[in-house]
Design a protein around this ligand. Structure first.
Ligand code: MLT
Length: 312
């Protein structure tokens, strides 16, 4: 009987496969991070840690799945800044991001890149801006749904351009790359964890990195400031969430495993190759993650209200 008690289950956690819900398409930036961490965490936890893609509505369908899962530590959400922008964007969100989750820890702050189809007739950010001004609303700018990281960057880019372009939504940024290489999508702003391999071998064009300084992994790519658009600065944060009410020792065990994974040399090397870094141990904690989530929800609400874009 003792073995079946909740306390016993917490002590033995984990006893079976842990599932990480990736709220965007397979092969994209969230998926890449989830699979990389999953391997390292599974070595630490001694059970399989698998990624499952539950896509749609800018990541809110996957988030809802986790909000409604059993609070036992076996179902995690890997969410990006979209967890914090969704409450301002969706009028009828079926969960409250402030109260639905317990935070586990921050994972990685990822820079973004402004990329375009390989035959786009512009080579630099100033040339791109001139081309957009000439072409107008026929230009399409893809993103992964309202509230996604790519949507946030696209919104900022559009507000700086002051020219209407056509926004197109996908279920993640992985499918955007296929469409872009085929010439059907003009532009996107996406995380380096997805774009670096495509940029390196010229499958897409790159116009700028959205960071104050150039990135070691992409040394030839100018910053947005160098390209004349200093306001386009975006770095995306990611964190692990579990349903609210997950026993504290289970959350702590997951956070400990996250920190072990972030210190794993294979993860550090892969992240560096993709132009990002693991969060330091003091940020891969439930407390640091909660503080950032609360601050980011408050920060984005007025920005999004000013942009005037909502989903029902
Ligand atoms: C993805 O994994 O496809 C992206 O993170 C989506 C996004 O832009 O947030």
């Amino acid at each position: 009987l003792l073995a079946l008690s909740p306390a016993g289950a917490q002590e033995r956690f984990p006893e079976r496969t842990v599932t990480v819900i990736v709220p965007f398409a397979a092969g994209g930036p969230t998926d890449v991070v989830a699979r990389q961490l999953g391997e390292a965490m599974s070595r630490d936890l001694g059970v399989a840690v698998v990624a499952e893609n539950v896509t749609g509505a800018g990541g809110t369908i996957g988030a809802q799945r986790v909000a409604q899962a059993r609070p036992d530590g076996y179902t995690l959400l890997l969410g990006n800044v979209g967890v914090a922008t969704a409450p301002a964007l969706y009028r009828r969100l079926p969960y409250d991001p402030l109260t639905a989750f317990d935070t586990v820890g921050l994972i990685t702050p990822v820079p973004m890149t402004l990329i375009g189809r390989p035959d786009l007739p512009a080579a630099t950010l100033p040339e791109l801006v001139a081309w957009i001004r000439r072409t107008g609303a026929e230009v399409n700018l893809a993103h992964a749904g309202l509230g996604s990281a790519s949507h946030l960057c696209a919104t900022l880019f559009r507000s700086l351009l002051q020219v209407p372009v056509t926004a197109v939504a996908f279920r993640g940024t992985a499918p955007i790359m296929t469409e872009m290489m085929g010439g059907r999508v003009d532009l996107a702003c996406d995380q380096t964890t997805n774009t670096v391999p495509y940029i390196r071998d010229g499958r897409v064009k790159v116009f700028a990195v959205t960071t104050p300084r150039r990135l070691a992994a992409l040394p030839d790519v100018p910053t947005t400031a160098e390209g004349g658009m200093p306001g386009l600065l975006v770095t995306i944060w990611h964190g692990f969430y579990v349903p609210r009410g997950t026993p504290r020792p289970v959350v702590e065990r997951l956070a400990q495993s996250l920190r072990a994974a972030l210190a794993d040399p294979a993860v550090v090397a892969r992240f560096a190759d993709l132009a990002t870094t693991p969060e330091p141990p003091e940020r891969a904690t439930p407390e640091a993650h909660r503080a950032l989530l609360d601050a980011e929800i408050a920060r984005w609400r007025p920005v999004i209200a000013a942009a005037g874009e909502y989903a029902d």
